[in-house]
Design a protein around this ligand. Structure first.
Ligand SMILES: [Zn+2]
Length: 471
């Protein structure tokens, strides 16, 4: 019998693939900051029948129960308990990250000069910073607001093109195309307004006199208080990120690409969530706990309260394992697997020499298994084999990647969680281009493929793991 290639099947199900990709695009547009990503995941989980647990409360975990925990409003851990689960059984975990490289407003951001109202920003993570020039930028994040004597956590999303980092024109820097290397302190200061227009309109008259009075441009305080519908003095502090105002979209002549900010790593936040929610049919027969861990701060090394290196994962796993033997948690770990899901570099048509000759992942050709002899990825022959078996059961193609020996290798949450918990881990991701640009590029089929793969992983991992033996 002739084997139907994935591309042929892709053609047959283009409608399904595009629908999945369109829904992903909506997810990206709703997630301009990690807080918004977590909030969107929360509302999707609530609609799917999950219940929120607070870390500070005592928990009662039941078989077939579906729960989620939020930490710092920027990390979310969701789990669904198999119908046959008992303490000491394993965890089937998909992990990804909610943050992306971006510009973050400084704690004191007044940078008004030469008639421009500038906003001082910090560079968060390893962005391709030149791509932030000449983009229409918006602001999103969170603020702490005083209300009725209490402190309230509020999301902020000023969805207007209010900021811009202007390029230097080529006439004043003739070698611009050869040597554009912006200084991150002096050249990346977004402009919010001019002092002339401010004076003309007199807008910031209500600027704060309290905690933040001299910390930020009055215009910024005015925008924020308008957005939050509060007095500027009531804003105690905030964490605000700049984001591309242009919405994510499908693109290319055949609408086969995704042009979007933050594909790394909202792709795996979204597909992990979809995989978990869509796997619920088989939950009654599962002896494991199915878990989705979406962490903040991967782009800056994962060492934070809410990062992948935090103890929160262990504490949550221990609480779920409680009630059986005193060493139920230690028994559960060797029965568990983490699928560390983060984006992979597709081969670039204009820089093909950057990829190793036998490891050149292509768009549409499948989810990428990541290997690195120096443990920048945690994949082993055992964990790769488990994933290959999962992929073959659901018909999702896999590709392999390993970097050239003369190239640096990225890393992700996989090796961190693997070492912290002593848990088997496989590093994977879908292929994309322009990683860490303000606007990245991926393929529509990646959404569907990753969703199918995670769904099958949740369903099949315990059975595949039970079949593992040593000769
Ligand atoms: Zn990433």
């Amino acid at each position: 019998m002739l084997k139907i290639s994935y591309l042929q099947r892709l053609n047959m199900s283009k409608k399904v693939i595009q629908e999945a990709a369109r829904e992903f695009v909506c997810f990206v547009n709703k997630g301009p900051s990690p807080y918004h990503v977590v909030d969107e995941c929360k509302s999707r989980l609530l609609s799917a029948g999950f219940t929120e647990l607070r870390e500070r409360d005592s928990w009662s975990i039941d078989p077939l129960g579906k729960y989620f925990v939020i930490n710092n409003f920027s990390t979310i851990i969701a789990f669904a308990v198999g119908g046959k689960f008992k303490p000491g059984n394993g965890f089937s975990i998909v992990g990804a990250h909610t943050d992306s490289p971006c510009l973050k407003v400084k704690p004191r951001s007044c940078r008004t000069k030469y008639g421009y109202v500038g906003v001082g920003v910090q560079c968060y993570g390893g962005g391709i910073w030149h791509t932030w020039f000449d983009r229409d930028l918006k602001l999103a994040g969170r603020a702490m607001v005083k209300k009725d004597g209490g402190l309230v956590h509020r999301l902020v999303h000023i969805d207007e093109p209010i900021l811009r980092v202007p390029n230097i024109c080529i006439h004043l820097q003739r070698d611009h195309n050869d040597k554009f290397g912006p200084n991150k302190e002096t050249h990346i200061i977004p402009v919010l307004a001019t002092t002339a227009q401010e004076k003309l309109e007199g807008i910031p008259s209500g600027a704060a006199k309290g905690a933040l009075c001299s910390h930020h441009p009055p215009m910024l305080q005015w925008l924020l208080s308008n957005q939050l519908n509060c007095k500027p003095d009531d804003i105690l502090d905030f964490e605000l990120f700049l984001a591309d105002h242009q919405p994510a979209t499908l693109g290319g002549a055949l609408k086969e690409f995704i042009f979007a900010p933050r594909i790394d790593n909202l792709m795996n936040c979204y597909t992990g969530l979809q995989g978990l929610v869509q796997s619920m049919d088989s939950l009654p027969d599962d002896k494991n706990v199915r878990m989705l861990c979406l962490y903040d701060n991967e782009e800056v090394g994962s060492t934070s309260t809410q990062g992948a290196q935090s103890s929160i994962t262990e504490w949550i796993l221990r609480r779920i394992s409680a009630g059986g033997s005193p060493v139920a948690f230690e028994e559960a770990i060797p029965k568990s697997l983490v699928v560390s899901a983060d984006q992979a570099h597709a081969i670039h048509p204009n820089y093909p020499e950057k990829h190793e000759v036998n490891h050149q992942p292509m768009l549409h050709e499948g989810v990428v298994l990541k290997f690195n002899a120096n443990q920048r990825y945690a994949t082993t022959a055992i964990t790769a084999s488990i994933l290959r078996e999962v992929a073959s059961r659901c018909g999702v193609p896999l590709q392999d990647v390993a970097v050239r020996n003369d190239s640096a290798c990225g890393s992700t949450i996989g090796p961190i969680i693997s070492a912290e918990l002593g848990v088997r881990t496989v590093d994977i991701g879908t292929p994309q281009l322009s990683m860490h640009s303000i606007r990245e590029m991926s393929c529509t089929s990646g959404v569907h493929q990753a969703t199918m793969l995670y769904k099958e992983f949740y369903k099949s991992f315990p059975e595949i793991d039970d079949s593992l033996t040593a000769a």
